[in-house]
Every structure is written in structure tokens, then in C-alpha cells.
Design a binder for this molecule. Sequence first.
Ligand code: C5P
Ligand code: C5P
Ligand code: ZN
Length: 457
Amino acid sequence: MLKRAIEIRNIINHSKEIHIVTHIDADGITAGAIASETLKRLGKKYSIECVKQLDDFILNKLTDENHELVWFTDLGSSISTDYPDINKIITDHHTCPKDSNLPFHLNPHLFGLEGAYDISGAGVTYLVSKCIDLKNMDLSALAIVGACGDLQDRKFCKLQGMNREILMDGKSTGVIQNMMDVRYFGRETRPISKLLQYSGDPFIPGLSRREDACVSFLQDLNVRLKDGDYWRKWIDLNKEERQKIISSIAQILLTKGFGHKIAARLIGEIYILSKEKPGTELHDAKEFATLLNSTARYDQYEVGLNVCLGDRDKWLKKACNLLGGHRRNLVEGLQFAKEEKIQKRTFLQFFHAGEGIRDTIIGIVTNMMLNSEDVDSNLPLIGFAYTENGDVKVSARTTHDFVDKGLDLSSALRNAAKELNGIGGGHNIAAGATIPKGKEEEFLDLLEKEIKDQLGL
Ligand code: C5P
Ligand code: C5P
Ligand code: ZN
């Protein structure tokens, strides 16, 4: 991978002006920010844009614009062997064709690593950045935020593979710290009762999604919710209070028969951006990633990008304002999906959000749904939502257990979408597609066939 990174570095060195194209999620923004900052430090001219996916419209536009060099980050692998008129470099981690081992293409799958948890799009981009100048090692913090945004810590409750080497770079340059703590989202900024209310991995029967139950649970343990007007956060609790909460939740899980493996998921490695202020949305890598997801997924990628590039003033304020809307959309999206009811078929289950959930967050909602009490995790979950262009966005999620049995949603969605003149791809555990409206039923038939074949059923 490092050899390939050097090849890409040489292409960059020989170019005067570079156009970056990246993805709209946290990993995409951090990848784009690493690429921008690297080029800025090199004194190169550059521009950047953020896209939902690489469709014909974008690719034809890029071809017409005739850029000297296009740097695709956190996407691009799917077209690595196509569009020869676009002079390109690609730093991506999505599954890719075997014949795409080309001098301008860096992707972990080409080197025997797994793009779903060994390294993210931001991480791959960081490898090139570090290769250009060791001074760029401070950008490892953004690569860790990208990896957390893509849930790469989920399989082992900590980052692994190449992500660990990036973590070591972050530690040695003093930008990142790792420690063991509760894995729930919002350690620094969410009132403790909210942290429990929105818990998903592991889901706590009787507490998750139940506000009143979470408040009484904490009161019964004599954990103060507030200090005056101030809602206490997880980081404000003392060691004894934290231990009390964790062991009580573990007890609930064990009593309900969830087993030690699930209970152990309460604790995991968490990542702190040492240079950021504690108690802000930027200190914990997972919270930073969610802040970024609140920007580009709502057509405001420049907000997230400027925060990654160091703005702690106007752009950070804007990002924090967008965060409130994003949170509301997720809560409403989950509620909506629940009411829509999930329909089960033999090899998958699905729900159709229509216009009820934005196409840019249907993936997050599908993920959260699969983790919730009401959904059977023994079938892959498919979420549909309409796009502004009159197409249908598809998001698919499954579990590590199914991936271990041979399920690969990326190729399943790619093949099924292709049959219907759509596009799809992603990772084995999480994939997406866009298909024409009205083709949902046909798509599900094709997808079921793919899944059945993959699992040898
Ligand atoms: O496009 P990108 O690779 O950045 O997005 C990765 C997607 O895969 C995210 O939506 C993330 O939630 C999902 N994922 C997951 N479980 C994992 C790894 C990734 O749901 N273990
Ligand atoms: O949009 P969603 O979060 O469901 O996407 C899941 C994964 O599939 C992401 O990694 C995304 O980049 C990828 N994807 C893709 N091609 C598409 C749609 C999504 O590779 N057409
Ligand atoms: Zn990614």
C-alpha cells in the first residue's frame, strides 16, 4: 500500500492543479479535508466538491470540465477501470473489481485488507498525505474521525488493522488519545439520560428508546441528572457512578439472556482529539463524525469541511446549528420507519420511506433500525427512499455474523441495480444503490436471488 501511495504522490507532484471529488458522509468530508490540506501545504492549486455517489451525470460533468487531475477520495473505486478521459487518482476503501490494481488506485481490497474495518476512505487518503510529508501526520486525527464515522470500530469494539497504525501516528504526534470507556454515543455532549435513551449497540431492553424509564433508572441508582440548570454528561460522572451504571446495564442484559458477548460491548475503545476542548462536539471522534454528518448530508459540505480545516468560529457555530436538525431528523426518521412496518420476505426484510426520510440519511436510519429491539437481525434490512431526481435510493445493512457466512451486500446490490440500469456498491456489511422509481419490487426479487446464491441456500 505504501508503494502505491508513493506512486500516487508522484502523480500529485507532477500536477499543477487538482480537483478533489469526495463523498457526503463524515468519512468523505474528512478524506476531502485531508486531501485539501495536503495540497494546500504543498502549495498546489486545488478545488473540491462533495457528491452523493458517482453517477453518469457527475462523471460526464467531470469529463467535460477536463481537469488536469481529479483526486477521488472515499469513492471512485467503482469506476477505476472506466472513464479513461478523466485523468485520476483514487484513494478509496469500497469493494472494487479485481482488475483495478492500477498505479493511480489505492484501495485496501487490492492488498488483502478489508475496507469495512481495516481502514476508511479518510485513512487511505491519509496514507498518501503522510507519504507526501511526515509533517502531515497531524492529519491522522481526521482519519480516525473518518473511521469512526464509518463505524469501523464496531466489529471488535476498537479500531484494528491499518487504522491502528494511523492511531499510533496520532498518539505520537499528540493529536489523538485512546482509552476504554462506555461505547454509547454522546459521552461529552448528551445528558446522561439521553445517552441511555438513544443507546443502540448494545440495545438495552426496557431502557433504550424509553425516556421515562432511563430517568427513573438513573434516579434509582442515585445518579444526579442535573447540577443546578446543567444537565450532567457521562464525562461529568465520577468513577463510582459510571461503574454503577455499567454494571446495572450489564445485569439487565444478562438477566434478559443476551449473554456475555453482548454485555461486553458496553465497553470499548474510544478516541479523543487531544487538541480540542473537552465537552465540545469535537473532542470525541464519534461525536465529531456526527457533527460532520449533519453538514454534507444536508447540502452544506463546506460547513463540515471548514470545521475539519480548523475553523472554530463561524463554521463551527453553523455546524452545531445543523446538528440539532440532524438529530431531529434521525429521531423522526426512526419513528417513521417503525410506523411504516417492516415487511419480511424469505431472504430479506424491507421498509419503504417514500418521501418520509431524506435519501441522504436513509442509510443511518436503516442501520439504527437493524439494531433495535423490534427488528429481527437475522435478515438483511433494506430501506427505500425517494430522491429529489425522482429515483429511489436503496440502503442495505446486515450483521457481521452474516458476512462471516458469506453475505456480501456490496456485490448483491451492485448486480441487482445493474439489471435495472441503476448503480450500487459499498461494503459487504453495508451497501447502497440508486434505481428507477417503480422498480422496487423487481429489485427485491433480484436481490433475494443474489443473497440466496451467496449463502448457498
Ligand atoms: O461510504 P462509506 O464507506 O463512507 O460508508 C460506510 C457505511 O458503512 C456507513 O454508512 C457505515 O454506517 C456502514 N458500516 C456499518 N457497519 C460496519 C461498517 C460500516 O454499518 N461495521
Ligand atoms: O448510502 P448508504 O449509507 O446506505 O451506503 C452504504 C455504503 O454503500 C456506503 O459505503 C456508500 O458509499 C456505498 N454506496 C455505493 N454506491 C451507491 C450507494 C452507496 O458504493 N450507489
Ligand atoms: Zn468511507
